[in-house]
Design a protein around this ligand. Structure first.
Ligand code: C2E
Ligand code: CA
Ligand code: CA
Length: 410
């Protein structure tokens, strides 16, 4: 069951900020600007964790904890984390004695904040497993000690630089590779290459996705600069972002840290989930990025929520049509029609269109004939290491040799 987090803060902007961050990490969030109202709603909301501002008019954070602990003895297991700009030792000690389980100082560090929240939730999940009172407050969650161990291993792996980007080429109709998608890989123990489904969900939940993406971007920037220095590659690399990045500063920070000379060579893929409940803020970030010259693609298009109104309002560059539609586009007439109708949609909104998961020649022919701009899939190449990508897909351009063709070597 998804954990529910109650956020109490009289500063609506800050509440919303935390809500976006937590929703991005997969939590359900209820915000309250008034502590009394929050107190009255605890039974109804049944939160797994409460985040409470220290300084509020009326009832402050200390008073809230005092009343909460008296009024809801069955909720003794629910951690209350106090948040305050007052980051001095006296306040922290006072917070501990008031019954707070933790104390977070403003301005918050996003990765640390998410890690604190998740660790707290896991602690209680372990302590209270099987406890009836705990189950009444329905905070079972599906996280286990194993996840936490993996989190700790990942922290060490990040420090040791074990994560890297592999590149999967995108091929245009003339057979030229103008771009690639960067896909995270964990090179464990110097030899085992772990795929992202083994670590991205945990990284998102614990906030580690932020430093992880930063570290991938550092590699991508170096690779692109290196390729450009050797020859005019003009290659465009797309980077996957998580909903967590669409908290206020993060995506903005990413954009600001891309050197201007390679700005138009880095694009971003975001899923429709990043837009959920957050469309105005994400819209501003996307507009800012696109106005600065960046390109944004909607990833896994067709698998998210079906409201397409965002296409009208957001200046996204293009759509990446999900593999599930590509799989049957030749054999199933309805899938085929759907794949074509997405093209019509793209034409209306003047969007680029990429299909992913192309595995055979029939699909390739169907999609290029239909009008797709670029294709990506195992038919052409899986994601390969940076060295392999350079050698096979970029280096041929350095000396103006014939460009790599569709039947590429792996
Ligand atoms: P995605 O963004 O949809 O990436 C495409 C996935 O499809 C990749 O899997 C790619 O290897 C796989 N794929 C491409 N062509 C084919 C094909 O023809 N057939 C099949 N069966 N699969 C194909 P991968 O690398 O395992 O990545 C899985 C997912 O993990 C990605 O899906 C993305 O959601 C996430 N991911 C990967 N790297 C990152 C990252 O750096 N940041 C974030 N936030 N997510 C990432
Ligand atoms: Ca993607
Ligand atoms: Ca995708």
């Amino acid at each position: 069951m998804t954990d529910r987090i109650m956020v109490i803060d009289d500063d609506d902007d800050f509440s919303e900020y935390l809500a976006v961050l937590l929703a991005g990490a997969g939590y359900v969030v209820d915000t309250f600007s008034n502590a009394q109202e929050a107190l009255d709603s605890v039974g109804l909301v049944a939160p797994s964790l409460i985040l409470c501002d220290l300084v509020m008019p009326g009832m402050d954070g200390f008073q809230f904890i005092h009343k909460f602990r008296h009024r809801y003895p069955d909720g003794a297991h629910i951690p209350v984390v106090l948040i305050s700009a007052k980051n001095n030792i006296t306040e922290v000690i006072k917070a501990k004695f008031s019954g707070a389980d933790d104390f977070i100082a403003k301005p918050i560090n996003q990765a640390l904040f998410l890690a604190t929240v998740t660790c707290r939730l896991e602690q209680i999940s372990r302590i209270r497993k099987g406890d009836l009172a705990f189950n009444i407050f329905r905070s079972e969650g599906n996280r286990t000690g194993k996840d936490h161990d993996l989190y700790k291993t990942m922290c060490a792996a990040l420090e040791a630089g074990e994560f890297c980007a592999h590149y999967q080429p995108k091929v245009s109709r003339d057979g030229v590779i103008h771009g690639a998608e960067a896909l995270a890989r964990w090179i464990h123990d110097g030899k085992t290459v772990l795929p992202p489904n083994t670590f991205i969900p945990i990284a998102e939940r614990y906030g580690l996705i932020l430093p992880l993406t930063d570290s991938l971007l550092n590699q991508i920037k170096m690779d692109v600069e290196n390729w450009d220095a050797k020859g005019p590659s003009d290659i465009n690399i797309s980077v996957n972002l998580s909903p967590v990045h669409f908290s206020f500063e993060n995506f903005r920070n990413i954009i600001e840290h891309i050197p201007s000379k390679i700005f138009n060579q880095i694009s971003f893929e975001i899923t429709e989930t990043s837009l959920l409940g957050n469309i105005d803020k994400v819209g501003d970030l996307i507009r800012h990025a696109v106005e600065s010259g960046s390109q944004i693609f909607i990833d896994d298009f067709g698998t998210g929520f079906s409201s397409l109104s965002y296409l009208q309002n957001l200046p996204v560059t293009g759509l990446k049509v999900d593999k599930s539609f590509v799989d049957n586009c030749v054999t199933d007439s309805r899938s085929g029609a759907l794949v074509k109708s997405i093209l019509d949609l793209a034409a209306i909104f003047d969007l680029d269109i990429v299909a992913e998961g192309v595995e055979n020649e029939d699909q390739k022919a169907f999609l290029f004939d239909a009008g797709y701009d670029e294709l990506q899939g195992f038919l052409f190449s899986p994601a390969v290491s940076s060295t392999h990508f350079e050698k096979h897909y970029i280096a041929p351009n350095y000396d103006q040799l014939p460009k790599p063709s569709l039947g590429m070597q792996h």
